[in-house]
Design a protein around this ligand. Structure first.
Ligand code: ATP
Ligand code: MG
Length: 229
């Protein structure tokens, strides 16, 4: 359950994003404004091209807004310099990209160990192996990403995001390339993180069952919040 009496873990305040090229200016996000309480679960839904991935990247501090602010755990993300922002991200956020973004020169195990090592945590190898076991990849530890199927790569990306036990998990279509049964397992894992560790979940999804399981659904239409309930 979320705790709305606490200060928000994420506050997105009047965020706009525009990009300009030779053909003109494109407004990708327009006045996005919402707050999430610690432990809250929210689905971001909307048509392809509506701005969901852009919004997730801005919440993670991987992309910058043209206007507006994002406050993560009380810190104004874009008031920090890049190093401080990266450190805050490493400390608080697990991110699952729509395109997985695994390191091609590292094995599955090494990919999952990486965030633990960057955070200077002990037992990286054992913890990473355990997490890969939980996503059903215990037999693929030494595989490089190019030898893994799309769904397997997605599960490595999920394990990498989960392994640091982040305060916030941002996931862009986390079950998009998975079969029904594997998708169910991953969904269970995400909601178990939420229950057991209080992880706030922000899930971009086209999957109705996942959206319904979240406490709230934010619908984006052409870069604007059309619905938030
Ligand atoms: N750097 C950029 N330069 C120009 N246009 C961009 C840039 N990034 C995103 N866009 C455009 O902004 C719109 C929103 O993109 P975004 O990836 O956020 O959509 P999405 O809602 O995640 O879509 P999907 O469901 O297909 O993943 C798209 O029309 C995209 O082409
Ligand atoms: Mg997207």
């Amino acid at each position: 359950m979320s705790d709305t009496s606490l200060p928000p873990i994420i506050a997105v305040d009047h965020v706009f994003k525009s990009v300009t090229d030779s053909t003109g200016t494109l407004d990708i996000l327009r006045d996005i404004d919402f707050r999430l309480a610690p432990r809250e679960t929210v689905a971001i839904v909307g048509a392809s091209g509506s701005g969901k991935s852009t919004l997730l990247s801005i919440i993670a501090g991987l992309d910058t807004p043209t206007r507006g602010t994002v406050v993560l755990g009380g810190q104004d993300l874009f008031a920090l310099d890049e190093d401080a922002r990266a450190a805050l991200r490493a400390q608080k956020i697990g991110f699952v990209f729509q395109s997985f973004q695994l390191m091609g020169n590292l094995t599955a195990l090494e990919n999952v160990m990486l965030p633990l090592e960057l955070a200077g945590q002990r037992d990286a190898r054992a913890r990473a192996a355990d997490m890969l076991l939980r996503v059903g990849l215990g037999q693929r530890l030494g595989h490089y990403p190019k030898l893994l199927s799309g769904g397997e790569q997605q599960r490595v990306a999920l394990a990498r995001a989960f392994v640091v036990q982040p305060a916030v998990l941002l996931a862009d279509e986390p079950t998009g390339s998975l079969d029904y049964a594997t998708g169910e397992t991953i969904m269970e894992l995400m909601f178990a993180l939420n229950r057991e560790q209080g992880t706030t979940l922000v899930l971009v999804t086209h999957d109705r069952a996942i959206a319904q399981r979240c406490q709230r659904r934010i619908t984006i239409e052409a870069g604007h919040i059309a619905n938030n309930e």
